[in-house]
Design a protein around this ligand. Structure first.
Ligand SMILES: Cc1cc2nc3c(=O)[nH]c(=O)nc-3n(C[C@H](O)[C@H](O)[C@H](O)COP(=O)(O)OP(=O)(O)OC[C@H]3O[C@@H](n4cnc5c(N)ncnc54)[C@H](O)[C@@H]3O)c2cc1C
Length: 495
C-alpha cells in the first residue's frame, strides 16, 4: 500500500473512532483487509475459501474466455492451483476497467485514468494470452472458435465473458445518445477500447443538471427521470446510486459545491418492480430515504420502452393490477394484470440499459435454452459447473443463476470455481458451493454508503454493524481502499 493510503488510514482511524463511536481496537480491526474486502466479498468467507483452496499436479488444457474481473481472477487462481496445466486466456481487451469506479467518475471523484490498467499488467506469468474474441462455443467437441486465431481446443473451459448492454431495446435509444440532449447512462463502457464514456458523460450531466436547476425555482422544477430496466443488471444498486448522488449534488454536497437548490428539481425513479431493493431491511431504508429526500417520486411498475430524444419524452409500459369479477368458487375478486403506455416529459434522464448475455454464449448450447434465464450460462447455482457439459464452469456476470452480478460476487465465485474445477480434474466430487453472495455498496448521499450484503438466504452482513444503516466508513473504504485492493489482491487471486 502506498504512503498516501497509509497516511489516509490514520485519518480514517480517528474519524472512525469519532463518527462511529468505536474503540481504537475495534476501528483497527475493521480497517484491516476485511473491511475493504467486504465490498469485494466478505472477510470470513475469504479466510475459509483460501484455506480450503484445492490444487492438482495433473496436466490439462484449461481455456478461460474473457479478461475482465472474473476471467483474470480465475487465471491467477488456476495458475497457482494447477502448476502443470496449460492455461490459455482468450481476451480481446488491452485495457482493464475497474467498473465500480464509474460511479465515482459520475460523482466527480475519479477520472477515467483512475479506473484503467493495461491488461498486460494483470495477466499472470505462465498463462498464455490470446488477444482475441470467441465467436463460437462448441462444447460437444471441446472447442472454441475465435475471430482471428481459429479453433482452440480444451479439456476444461471457464466462461467469464460478462454481459452486454442492449440500449437498442429501448426504442429511439442508442449508446451514441449518451452525453447528448439531457441523456446520460453511467454504465456505458467499452472494455475493448478501454473507455468508460458513461462515467465521463454522467459527471457532465451532473454539471449541466446543476446549472439548469440554478435557473429554476421550486414552483417550476426541472423534471429528472432515473430508470432501471426489467432485465437482470450488473450492480443492481447503481441506478439508485446515480439518483441519490445527483439529488445530493443539488444540495451542494458534491465537488461542485454551491447552495442547496434540490427543491428546484423533481426526481422520478422508474422501474418495473414494486420495491427499491429485494431484501426487506434494505428496501425499508431506501423507501424512507426517498420520502425524507422530499423530491423523489418512486414510479413503480414503469418500464422504459421508448425515448424521443428531441422532444425529451420518455414512454413507459406501466404494469398494474385491476380488480375483475367476483369469483363465486374462490370467493374473491379476480386480479387482472394490465399494461398501458405512459408518457413522461423530462429535462434530464439517466437511462440504465437492459442487459443480456453476450451473443456467443446465448447462441450456443452453453446458454439456458428456455426459461427466464434464457441465453445466460446454464450453470448450477451452487457449484458453478455447467448443468450439461461437466468440463465447463462459469464465473462472473455471465452466470445464469439467481444472484451474483457484482464484482464482489465474482470474488466469491473465484475460490468455488477453483476448488470445483480442480475436483473435476481429479475426478472427485464437487464440494465447494457458492452461497449467492452479492454486495451492493449503495451510495445514499455524498459521504455515505449502505453496505447491502446478501445471499440466497437473505441479508449476509460481514460485520457486527447494522447493515441497513448508511455509514461514512463504507464510503471511505469504497473510495480509497477498494480500488487498490481490486488491482493488487483480487486480480492476483489473493482474496
Ligand atoms: C457502473 C457500474 C458500477 C458497478 N458497481 C459495482 C460495485 O459497486 N460493486 C461490485 O462488486 N460490482 C460493481 N459493478 C459490477 C462489476 O464491475 C461486474 O460485476 C464485474 O466486472 C463482472 O466481472 P466479469 O468478469 O463477469 O465481467 P467483465 O468484468 O465485464 O469482463 C468480461 C470480459 O469478457 C470479455 N468478453 C466478452 N465477450 C467475449 C468473447 N466472446 N470472447 C472473449 N472475451 C469476451 C469482455 O471484453 C470483458 O473484458 C459495477 C459495474 C458497473 C458497470
Amino acid at each position: 500500500m502506498d504512503k498516501k493510503i497509509l497516511k489516509h488510514s490514520e485519518e480514517v482511524l480517528s474519524e472512525l473512532m469519532k463518527q462511529e463511536g468505536m474503540s481504537r481496537r475495534d476501528a483497527l480491526k475493521l480497517m484491516g483487509l476485511g473491511a475493504g474486502a467486504t465490498m469485494l466479498g466478505s472477510a470470513p468467507a475469504m479466510a475459509a475459501t483460501d484455506a480450503q483452496a484445492a490444487g492438482s499436479d495433473k496436466k490439462a488444457k484449461i481455456v478461460i474466455v474473457g479478461g475482465g474481473a472474473g476471467g483474470v481472477m480465475a487465471a491467477a487462481r488456476l495458475r497457482r492451483a494447477a502448476p502443470n496445466a496449460q492455461i490459455t486466456i482468450i481476451a480481446p481487451n488491452d485495457i482493464h476497467l475497474y467498473q465500480p469506479g464509474q460511479v465515482f467518475m459520475a460523482a466527480g471523484l475519479y477520472t477515467e485514468d483512475d479506473i484503467k490498467k493495461p491488461n498486460a499488467d494483470l495477466m499472470p506469468d505462465g498463462v498464455k494470452w490470446v488477444k482475441d474474441e470467441v465467436k463460437i462455443f462448441d462444447p460437444d467437441n471441446n472447442v472454441v472458435e475465435t475471430a482471428k486465431n481459429g479453433k482452440i481446443n480444451y479439456d476444461f473451459l471457464v466462461v467469464g465473458t460478462g454481459l452486454q448492454y442492449d440500449y437498442e431495446r429501448i426504442e429511439g435509444m442508442s449508446p451514441d445518445l449518451v452525453g447528448q440532449k439531457g441523456i446520460s447512462s453511467v454504465y456505458l463502457n467499452d472494455p475493448k477500447s478501454g473507455t468508460a464514456k458513461g462515467g465521463v458523460a454522467t459527471w457532465e450531466w451532473f454539471k449541466q443538471l446543476r446549472a439548469a436547476a440554478e435557473k429554476r425555482n421550486p414552483g417550476n422544477p426541472l423534471e429528472v427521470i432515473c430508470t432501471q430496466p426489467s432485465t437482470p443488471i450488473k450492480c443492481g444498486g447503481a441506478p439508485q446510486k446515480i439518483l441519490y448522488l445527483s439529488d445530493d449534488m443539488l444540495r451542494g454536497n458534491s465537488p461542485l459545491g454551491g447552495k442547496d437548490i434540490h427543491d428546484n428539481a423533481k426526481f422520478t425513479f422508474a422501474k418495473k418492480g414494486g420495491k427499491l431493493f429485494g431484501v426487506k431491511s434494505y428496501n425499508q431504508t431506501l423507501l424512507k430515504l426517498t420520502v425524507d429526500y422530499g423530491n423523489i417520486n418512486d414510479a413503480f411498475g414503469h418500464d422504459l420502452v421508448a425515448i424521443d430524444a428531441d422532444k425529451k419524452m420518455a414512454t413507459f409500459d406501466y404494469h398494474y393490477l385491476e380488480k375483475g369479477e367476483w369469483d363465486e368458487d374462490l370467493e374473491e375478486f379476480e386480479v387482472i394484470p394490465m399494461v398501458k403506455k405512459v408518457e413522461m416529459k423530462y429535462d434530464f434522464i439517466h437511462v440504465v440499459p437492459p442487459m443480456k448475455a453476450v451473443d456467443a454464449v446465448a447462441n450456443s448450447p452453453l446458454g439456458w435454452q428456455k426459461g427466464s434465464a434464457k441465453g445466460w450460462l446454464a450453470a448450477d447455482r451452487y457449484t458453478l459447473q455447467h448443468i450439461k457439459y461437466k468440463n465447463v464452469f462459469g464465473i462472473g456476470d455471465i452466470l445464469g443463476i439467481p444472484l451474483g452480478k457484482t464484482g464482489g460476487s465474482a470474488r466469491h465465485h473465484g475460490p468455488v470455481l477453483q476448488d470445483n474445477l480442480i475436483a473435476a480434474m481429479e475426478g472427485k466430487e464437487l464440494t465447494a458451493k457458492f452461497d449467492g453472495y452479492t454486495v451492493c455498496p449503495l451510495k445514499t448521499e455524498y459521504g455515505k454508503i449502505m453496505l447491502a450484503e446478501f445471499n440466497y438466504d437473505g441479508p449476509a452482513p460481514s460485520f457486527p454493524l447494522e447493515p441497513s444503516e448508511p455509514r461514512w466508513i463504507w464510503w471511505v473504504f469504497d473510495l480509497y481502499m477498494l480500488k487498490p485492493m481490486y488491482w493488487n489482491l483480487m486480480m492476483r487471486g489473493l482474496m
